[in-house]
Design a protein around this ligand. Structure first.
Ligand code: CMC
Length: 432
């Protein structure tokens, strides 16, 4: 904490409150406003949490103006180039890169927990094949929360470690089973010898030739790594809030999955492909869609553009754009995804030169290109957000652990600005 403080004077009562300023290592310092209520009787009001820090965190740093994303201090570009998903998961959870022994043990712990309860397959089969996979996913997590309900002990480090490993290992296997099911394929089994990305590709596309499996696993691993964490976004904040009631970690992750599903959060990558397909099949050109997005009378938005935090190019979008280039260039030239990629590049070029997007600092976000790569790999569109959830499970559990270890840990309970009726007397139905 610095010695800096902000003094607020109530113009009516002349009372004052001293608000200490908490120093950030990077990014804006934060005003601790708790004295506002204690000393002056006021609450703060910040719909959409535009200027509110909800917790202290050491996991991920984002500078939206500069387009920076760092996991535990390491720039995402460097991790995407030199690391992999498993090592990055270790980093996010442990605040350091592992040495050889630590990485080996961590990888072994993960792969030896691939043996998810086969009853999950029955849960999946209850759903209609056309059900959204995110709904199936939350049901599977609910099953796990029931299965592991009896020994919940969130203050116990061992319990948390086991739950953490179990979640990071189980969600990918469940995701692959959901994919098998919606494609009407047989459930495939994971292998302890494979990494999470290799397992996912092998389980999802068992008939693919080995070179293609290798190529897709590499692309998938980077996609997982890029999606592993993103500080206090809506789903992570949900996991924290849900977990703050000391509920089962499996239930808290199910809550996060539900939040991630929405089209303005993780669901945007699906929406991007819908938009690109629509443009491809329309007789209107890209400029027409740019104009639609700018028209305030029209609800159409350029999906995959804009971000609450990034007011510059999302660094993940740059990496995925490169992967899309590389991946598509290694595929057959007649690959049906190439035209979508061309439309995306055109949209991006138009938008980056258009004053509407420039003045509002609307740049491509991670979802703008991730859907194209996933589509080229062969993942059905409805599974895109599941892939996001699979990767983000690492970030969610890292935040869940950090929250419980925080000395200020307590249940999250936002307050409100009440604008409803004052006390009103009940009137009998015949008198209304
Ligand atoms: N297309 C056209 N106009 C837009 C767009 C867009 N994609 N995004 C924002 N704007 C405009 C918006 O209309 C507003 O204009 P004005 O100031 O004239 O009213 C201005 O830009 C600010 O937008 P906002 O809605 O106040 O910004 P926000 O921070 O509340 O919303 C967002 C951020 C991501 C929800 C929004 O940009 C959006 O809906 N984008 C499309 C969906 C999308 O790609 N979502 C993925 C987010 S990244 C993945 C993740 O982290 O989960």
């Amino acid at each position: 904490m610095t010695n800096k403080k902000i003094t607020i004077k109530d113009g009516q009562s002349n009372n004052e409150a001293e608000l200490p300023v908490l120093e950030s290592i990077l990014g804006p310092d934060v005003v601790d406003i708790r004295a506002l209520e204690k000393d002056l009787g006021y609450l703060s009001h910040d719909p959409g949490f535009m200027a509110t820090s909800s917790c202290e965190s050491k996991i991920t740093f984002i500078d939206g103006n500069e387009g920076k994303l760092w996991y535990r201090g390491y720039p995402i570009e460097e991790l995407a180039e030199k690391s992999n998903f498993i090592e990055t998961a270790y980093l996010l959870l442990n605040d350091k890169l592992p040495n050889n022994n630590e990485l080996e043990l961590f990888s072994k712990n993960i792969s030896s927990s691939y043996n998810v309860d086969p009853a999950i397959k029955n849960i999946i089969e209850v759903f209609d094949k056309s059900s959204h996979p995110m709904a199936i996913m939350t049901a599977c997590l609910s099953y796990l929360s029931a299965k592991y309900h009896d020994n919940i002990d969130i203050q116990n480090k061992d319990y948390r470690y086991k739950s953490t490993i179990n979640l990071i290992s189980s969600v990918p296997v469940i995701s692959a089973w959901i994919l098998n099911y919606i494609l009407s394929e047989q459930f495939q089994e994971p292998s302890e010898k494979r990494s999470i990305a290799e397992n996912f590709i092998n389980m999802a596309f068992p008939k693919l030739d080995p070179d293609q499996k290798n190529l897709s696993s590499k692309a998938m691993d980077i996609i997982f790594l890029l999606h592993a964490d993103h500080e206090q976004n809506a789903s992570t904040s949900t996991v924290r809030l849900s977990g703050s009631s000391e509920t089962s970690p499996y239930a808290a992750i199910a809550a996060g999955i539900s939040t991630l599903w929405g089209p303005t959060h993780g669901g945007a990558n699906e929406a991007v492909i819908n938009m690109l397909e629509e443009i491809k099949n329309s007789d209107k050109d890209v400029e027409h869609y740019i104009n639609m997005a700018k028209d305030k009378e029209n609800t159409f938005r350029l999906m995959g553009f804009g971000h609450r935090i990034y007011k510059n190019y999302d660094p993940r979008a740059k990496i995925i754009q490169k992967i899309a280039h590389e991946y598509l260039s290694q595929l057959d030239n007649t690959n049906p995804n190439k035209p979508l990629f061309d439309i995306a590049m055109k949209l991006e070029k138009f938008a980056l030169e258009d004053d509407y997007f420039v003045s509002r600092k609307l740049y491509p976000n991670v979802d703008f290109y991730s859907g194209i790569v996933l589509k080229a790999i062969g993942i059905p569109q409805s599974m895109y957000t599941v892939i996001f959830a699979l990767a983000r499970t690492v970030g969610w559990v890292a935040h869940w652990n950090e929250m419980i270890e925080d000395k200020n840990f307590r249940i999250g309970r936002p307050r409100q600005l009440y604008t409803g009726k004052n006390k009103t007397s009940y009137r009998d139905i015949k008198d209304r």
